[in-house]
Design a protein around this ligand. Structure first.
Ligand SMILES: [Zn+2]
Length: 374
C-alpha cells in the first residue's frame, strides 16, 4: 500500500505537495486546514513518507507519484514508529508524564487503525506547554543528515497561546532537514504570525461517492447503508466512521443515543436537564457530532416506519431500542414535523453562537411533536 494512493480525494493538496517535492521546493512549514475527518492526518503521514522514502515511485514522465510504502523508512512511518516523526497531539488533562505517554499511545494506535477517525474526548483537550517545549528541545538536536524530520502539530487550535510561543520560534528559524506540519479546522483561529509563516493547503469535504467507496471497502456495511452514512457525514470520512462505529470504539455515539432516548422517552423537564448535563457547551465539534448521531437514529426510525427492510438500518445494534422509540411517534404528521424541525435546526446550528440555549430550545420544540401522554 502506497500512502498517497490511499488518500481519498484531496487531489489539489496531493498535487501541490508532489510537485513541490519534484522541484525541491517543499515549504519548511505547512498548515493543512479544513474540516475534521477529511484526510489531513493521512496526507501528513504520506508527506512524511515521501520525504523520507528511499525509492519514491515515478510515472513514465519521471514525475514522482508516491512514496514506495515498502522501504524501511516508509514502513516505520506508516507504522507510526519512525524516530524522526514528532507528533504533538491535544490530550485530555492528565496527572503524570506516564499517563500522558499512555494517552498519546492510545491516540496513535487509533490513528494507525483508522487514519480518518475523529478521536473525541469527553474532557477538554489541549496541546500542553510541556509538549511544545519538549518538541522544541528535541528539534534543537540536528536531524540525521539522510532523513527529514517531521514535526507535526495536530489540531493547532487546541494549543494554548502560551505554548504557541515556543512553536513560533521554531517556525521563524526552521532547523535544517525539518518540515513542520500544522493542522487546523479554520486558520483564522490561529495567530496571524503562524498563518503568515506557513504555506496553507486547503482540505475540502469529500464527495459522498468516494466516502461510500471507502466505507464499503473497510466494513461490512451494505451499499445502501454506506450511501446513507456518506450523505449524512457532510464530506467527512471521520464523521461517517463515528456514526457506525461499534460501542467500544465510539463512546460518543453511546452518549448521543442516551441523549436521544431521553429526548423521546422522558418528560420535557428531565429531557432538558439530562441533555444539558451531557452536552459540552464549549465544544462545538462534539455537539455537531451528537446532532449527526441523532440524525442517523432518526434516519433509522424513518426506515422502520416507511422502509421495506431492515437491511438499510445503520445502527443495527440499537435496532430493538430504536423500535421502542419509533412507537413514540404515534402519528405521521407529528413525526414529519419533528424531522423537519430537526433538519432546519441542523442547518442553522453552525450560525448559532450559544450552544446551550440553542439545544435547550431544540429540546423544547421537538417535545411538542411527541406523544406526551405515554
Ligand atoms: Zn519508501
Amino acid at each position: 500500500m502506497t500512502p498517497f494512493k490511499n488518500i481519498v480525494g484531496q487531489e489539489t493538496a496531493k498535487k501541490i505537495l508532489l510537485r513541490s517535492y519534484d522541484k525541491n521546493r517543499l515549504a519548511s512549514t505547512y498548515l493543512f486546514y479544513g474540516p475534521d475527518g477529511v484526510g489531513k492526518w493521512a496526507v501528513a503521514i504520506a508527506l512524511t513518507a515521501l520525504v523520507n522514502c528511499l525509492e519514491p515511485l515515478k510515472d513514465a514522465d519521471g514525475k514522482t507519484t508516491d512514496a514506495c510504502g515498502e522501504c524501511i523508512n516508509c514502513r516505520q512511518i506508516l507504522n507510526l514508529t519512525f524516530g524522526e516523526f514528532y507528533p504533538a497531539i491535544p490530550l485530555p488533562p492528565h496527572k503524570s508524564e506516564s499517563e500522558a505517554i499512555e494517552l498519546l499511545n492510545e491516540f496513535i494506535q487509533q490513528k494507525k487503525k483508522e487514519p480518518y477517525s475523529i478521536i473525541s474526548s469527553k474532557r477538554q483537550t489541549t496541546i500542553s506547554i510541556k509538549t511544545a517545549r519538549d518538541i522544541k528541545r528535541k528539534a534543537a538536536i540536528m536531524a540525521p543528515p539522510d532523513m527529514t524530520r517531521v514535526i507535526f502539530f495536530y489540531q493547532m487550535e487546541k494549543m494554548l497561546t502560551s505554548s504557541a510561543d515556543s512553536l513560533l520560534k521554531l517556525i521563524e528559524e526552521p532547523p535544517p532537514n525539518t518540515i513542520i506540519i500544522l493542522t487546523a479546522r479554520d486558520p483564522d483561529n490561529l495567530l496571524s504570525t503562524i498563518q503568515s509563516r506557513s504555506q496553507k493547503i486547503a482540505f475540502k469535504p469529500i464527495i459522498p461517492e468516494k466516502i461510500e467507496e471507502y466505507l464499503t471497502g473497510r466494513s461490512d456495511l451494505t451499499e445502501k447503508q454506506a450511501g446513507l452514512l456518506a450523505r449524512l457525514s457532510e464530506g467527512s470520512i471521520g464523521r461517517a466512521i463515528n456514526l457506525f462505529g461499534d460501542d467500544d470504539e465510539s463512546p460518543a455515539r453511546q452518549v448521543a443515543f442516551l441523549m436521544f432516548k431521553t429526548l423521546i422517552q422522558k418528560d420535557t423537564a428531565s429531557a432538558v436537564a439530562t441533555i444539558n448535563e451531557l452536552i459540552n457547551p464549549r465544544n462545538r465539534g462534539e455537539t455537531e457530532m451528537v446532532l449527526l448521531n441523532w440524525q442517523s437514529f432518526l434516519a433509522d426510525i424513518i426506515q422502520m416506519k416507511f422502509g421495506k427492510d431492515t437491511k438499510n438500518i445503520i445502527n443495527l445494534d440499537l435496532l430493538s431500542e430504536l423500535e421502542i422509540l419509533s412507537a413514540k411517534f404515534s402519528d405521521a404528521n407529528s413525526f414529519s414535523k419533528f424531522v423537519a424541525h430537526f433538519d432546519e435546526f441542523n442547518r442553522s446550528f453552525r450560525l448559532n453562537v450559544h450552544i446551550r440555549p440553542a439545544i435547550t430550545a431544540l429540546v423544547f420544540n421537538l417535545r411538542k411533536y411527541l406523544n406526551q401522554s405515554s
